[in-house]
Design a protein around this ligand. Sequence first.
Ligand code: GLN
Length: 468
Amino acid sequence: MDYKELSVAQFIRMSKEGDIDISDFYAKLNCELKALQKKYNYFVTVVENKDVSVDKDSKLAGLPVSAKDCICTKGVQSTAGSKILEGYVPPFDATVIARAKKDGAVLIGKTVQDEFGFGTFSTNSAYGVPKNPHDVKRTCGGSSGGAAGLTAALDTAHIAFGQSTGGSISCPSSFTGVVGLTPTYGRVSRYGLIDYANSLDKIGTIGKCVDDVRLLYDVVSGYDPLDQTSIKDEDKRDEKFDIKGLKFGIPKEYFPSDMDESVRNVVLDAIDKIESLGAEVSECSLAHTKYSIPAYYIIAMAEASTNLAKYCGMRYGMEGNPSGKHFEEYFSDIRGKYLGDEVKRRIILGTYTRMAGYRDQYYLKAMRVRRLIIDDYKKAFKDFDALLSPTMPFIAPKFTEIEKLSPVECYNADILTGAPNQAGIPMLSLPCGTSKGMPVGLHVLSDYLREDIVLNVGEAFEKISGQK
Ligand code: GLN
């Protein structure tokens, strides 16, 4: 049997009915994953599954699931894309992995990412750069580039776990033409996630269609006593409803004047389609958007620099021979050898912004700006059920174009994703058309805990645009 074009829903139905020979399925999948790895480099580690047994009563019934490499997986190397964690094999599963396995998921591999999540194009990975399946000269986006690229390229049932601090689920989903759900901060447990910035990190799901991201999100979300920031409110709204009558805001700051003209037009057409379903659409303003990038990078780097302090050659990660060396020299040797350039840059900048004497000027000021950004959304969600915008202001750039960008130009690429990620509101990126043959993403944002709204809008859009 050929399993090409098998959807997640079909796989689960057939598997439950015993219509799939699971050993045959995984034997063929193993070959396919190896071929994809050779061509596009989506994995740090491919898991070869041999004796898969299926619990037909489980929700996922043997479904292949991949995880970004910053998510700890029992018995499978988890490096977060860094050489300093090469060879680290966790003795435990992150909560999302434990929950997914309990519901019948099978882990097929750990996907490539920017080192510790530091990047927008997955070019800061220590394990090779993933290539966009629509054009191998272009990036998959980052930092969950392997997860999104794999989802786009793999022609059979599969859902991916991604992780976002400042846009790392939405950006690569947009660049590779798949659907990415970033849940409300605290909705999905971070237990077992190798942290980037604790107050910003979210684990989410990436799939070929809205149903897929909804399915895996449903399996893993909900309170977890192992994560102190996990939301206790179990009043989860997951009904499907018609989007007719919903009110949509179009933030004028999210269509910057220097954005790609054809991306703008594709997104405006998509918004027209949503309006044609009986939704009310009007312009709105999120006044503090222009401060979102400096605030995001100051907060993210400050938190990252403290998180990374533990990788010093003792207890965590790579070790060396400290004999005869002053501890500062030994720590510097290890960190100098195993951490990449972007990581070093962020440790230096992050440490600087929270030093005595600078803390008020940078870190605390950024925290106050973050509050203003959150207030912008709170105000907007009094008038609107959801906000619509492009996910990224341009299509996936070519690697030759990325090489020419300065670090600050790379940071500015997050102009549309930095603010919602700082607020911690739920967001969905979904493919809404193409420009120069490359996918364009529509971003749907909603209020805290309203994953139901972004998912229902996504489904309605898929139907009207003929994607489903
Ligand atoms: N591009 C952003 C950064 O480099 C976001 C990355 C992420 O969400 N992990 O920080």
